[in-house]
Design a protein around this ligand. Structure first.
Ligand code: CA
Length: 370
């Protein structure tokens, strides 16, 4: 049965022009496309991203993933990476992969809240979990199953494929001493963090990365969060605003996602499917490691920049933002039964992992001199 399904899939794929029957085994009228023939087929896929071309950590990490898949498959699965705007605009990545115009995509689930509000939970919840805790929830806490279920109706298969770690709170053109200072603040901040800012009296804007610097420099926004020192310096945000706040309450451990068109994935032989899975998993690790190392280097650079003031958010501001977050999340859960299911899983896992994190990571960090 399995053999005939594979044969059918390969036939459909050849008819659709999605694969090249590279060697004679599968090419002639008498071709035998049975088991074993799959290892001669070449697949050429497109991968669209929400990131600027070769953007440090994100664009480069995706390119590395494509090269990893090429090498691991012996050149049988070749993936051409398109940066934001090269094939489609950044916020069309989801639709482009859903429709099969491109077979793969890389971005963040919270960009797609217009498709499914609950998707935001799979990126990050403000004041939620760190990258390690999110990985635990994804791989061992039931999140990945819920993530796949949510994306199934869009003809997509999601894979965690990167995590920036704790982000920075962002760049502001004025000090934030109290919640009142957020009144009227126009800030680039996507996802649930943006909803929280709105409730606090600000105006959230969702801009793709490439548009942030100009928007901040020209004053069309008053503040922005992006990622952390590594990527913020790459955009030159330190030249467009003075105050750099921490911590990134809005994104404590955001998951980056790779999405694959479900039909395209089904056309791959099993070994290539496994290579895609493993490459996403390896990318998840490698991007996360890169962000830790490079953020640290860029922070050193920023500390020596006399024009940048690095500041913690006042405790009272964080406390109030946390209270608003609870309201925003509760309202989402109340109006969306899918979000309610996902949040139930998130909350149950968070409760248990917080207990462990407190006596492991937090306790250990507190023993260090700096
Ligand atoms: Ca961010």
């Amino acid at each position: 049965m399995r053999r005939s399904i594979r044969r059918l899939m390969r036939r459909r794929e050849v008819l659709a022009g999605g694969a090249v029957a590279a060697l004679a085994g599968c090419a002639g009228p008498q071709a035998d496309c049975g088991p074993g023939a799959g290892d001669t087929q070449q697949f050429r896929w497109k991968l669209v991203t929400t990131w600027p071309p070769n953007f440090p950590g994100l664009g480069t990490g995706v390119q590395r993933m494509a090269e990893m898949i090429d090498a691991a498959s012996g050149g049988r699965l070749k993936i051409k990476v398109y940066a934001a705007g090269e094939l489609v605009p950044p916020f069309e990545v989801f639709d482009t992969v859903s429709s099969g115009t491109a077979e793969m995509g890389h971005g963040s689930a919270y960009y797609w809240k217009g498709k499914a509000e609950a998707a935001q939970f799979f990126t990050s919840i403000p004041f939620g979990m760190t990258s390690m805790e999110m990985n635990g929830w994804m791989y061992h806490g039931g999140a990945l199953e819920l993530y796949r279920e949510l994306y199934d109706s869009f003809n997509l298969i999601p894979f965690p494929a990167g995590n920036t770690g704790v982000q920075m709170g962002g760049w502001f053109n004025r000090p934030i001493d109290s919640l009142a200072d957020l009144q009227g603040l126009k800030m680039r901040i996507p996802g649930l963090g943006g909803e929280v800012l709105k409730r606090a009296g600000g105006t959230p804007v969702n801009l793709p990365g490439a548009e942030i610097f100009t928007a901040l420099q020209t004053g069309s926004i008053d503040a922005t969060e992006w990622i952390g020192p590594y990527n913020d310096v790459a955009f030159g945000l330190h030249k467009a605003a003075r105050y750099y706040y921490y911590p990134g309450w809005q994104e404590p451990g955001p998951v980056l996602e790779c999405i694959v068109n479900a039909e395209a994935f089904a056309t791959l032989p099993e070994d290539l499917q496994n290579i895609v899975r493993l490459a996403c998993s390896a990318t998840n690790d490698q991007m996360t490691a890169e962000f830790v190392a490079r953020n640290a280097q860029s922070l050193t650079q920023l500390r020596s920049d006399g024009d940048v003031e690095l500041r913690p958010f006042p405790a009272d501001v964080l406390k109030q933002l946390r209270e608003i977050t609870a309201e925003v999340v509760q309202e989402l859960v109340d109006r969306d039964p899918v979000a309610a299911r996902i949040y139930e899983s998130f909350s149950a896992y968070r409760e248990t992992v917080a207990d462990w994190s407190a006596i492991s990571e937090r306790a250990m960090l507190n023993t260090r001199p700096g």
